[in-house]
Write a protein that binds this ligand. Sequence first.
Ligand code: NAP
Ligand code: GDP
Length: 342
Amino acid sequence: MSTPKVILVTGGSGLVGQAMRHVLFDEKTELAFRAQPDEVWHFMASKEADLRSPEETEKLFEKYKPTHVVHLAALVGGLFKNMSHNLSFLRDNILINDNVLNTSHKTNVQKVISCLSTCVFPDGAGAPPDLYPLTEAKIHLGPPHSSNFGYSHAKRLVDVQNRAYKEQYGRNYTSAIPTNIFGPHDNYDLRDSHVIPGLMHKCYLAEKNGTVFQPAGSGRPLRQFIYSHDLAKVFIWMLRHYDDVEPLIVSVSEEQEVSIEYVVNKVVAAFQKNRAARNEAAGSDGQFRKPTSNAKLRAVLEKSGVNFEFTPFEQALQESVDWFVENYETARTGDVNQVSLL
Ligand code: NAP
Ligand code: GDP
């Protein structure tokens, strides 16, 4: 038997980390994505090490001695948390990423896959008309949207770091660039979460308390969404088969870009509520759209003989809502007494 791979998943307690754990160890998962006999997986949370600290990061790596790292840990939040904390998003994520990559290098980790976000791309407003669809080659072509420039610049730097580690030391570090993610174990904080978990929590409370369900913004912005279980499969595949410093966009197709209003209506339907949602014009819309192409993802998966299908949006949303309702008491719901999102 080959030498076992020891894989450390940073951010293992979060939305994507929990999805990886589920996919790897669930008997219903296709064999190609299940944990292999020569793999030892460790999922870590911030209580084990604050990755902003170089000392704590080094101790963590000394403890597990990983040969491979899936780097998911980050300060993460939706539009409203980003808008009010750009400096924290910039500093925390620069520190976390630098510590994880540098400690990986110092301890001779063979491969690191980090997680970026489609926020890293230049914003379309004022950009040349051929900016869309966004592809892997367009990350550094212009400034990101102002709402989350701190997070976006910290994440962009990971791509720069990966290239520098490769150029100077021949390291095999790369990144995935997912669109908006949703699924079980999300962050459902009413103010700090991303749009889908935020809407789910608001819809749940409106039902429970007989109040009005109030999404933020105009409902007009457009987004692509990916189910956390689908993303987890791509990370597992990348860890085993993808050896290129060039990042990989992990997204549904361009045709599956949907409006926030569409998502609001689907969330209402998943809760089987009849009440029409009210789209209040209060609160920011954020970036209007950031459509990405998944042509490269499709090509590399096909070349490697993987038959990969994205879970249909409505099915994934229903599974996420059902999980949330069943696990409401222990889910990350934050302070439910916040009067307003904004
Ligand atoms: P999440 O649910 O908020 O989980 C964040 C994870 O990072 C948790 O495990 C958390 O640990 C850990 N973490 C945060 N600060 C840390 C620190 N200082 N030291 C050690 N661990 C720390 O986030 P997620 O949605 O799974 O995000 C995973 C990755 O996907 C991130 O890199 C994020 O930028 C990226 N991403 C997310 C989205 C999205 O829509 N959610 C979209 C695009 C990209 P604790 O549980 O202990 O706090
Ligand atoms: P983004 O994709 O990085 O902008 O982040 P989000 O996942 O937070 O999505 C923000 C978009 O969803 C904006 O157009 C918001 O106006 C809209 N939205 C509607 N209701 C909510 C909500 O309850 N929470 C959040 N975060 N966004 C909402």
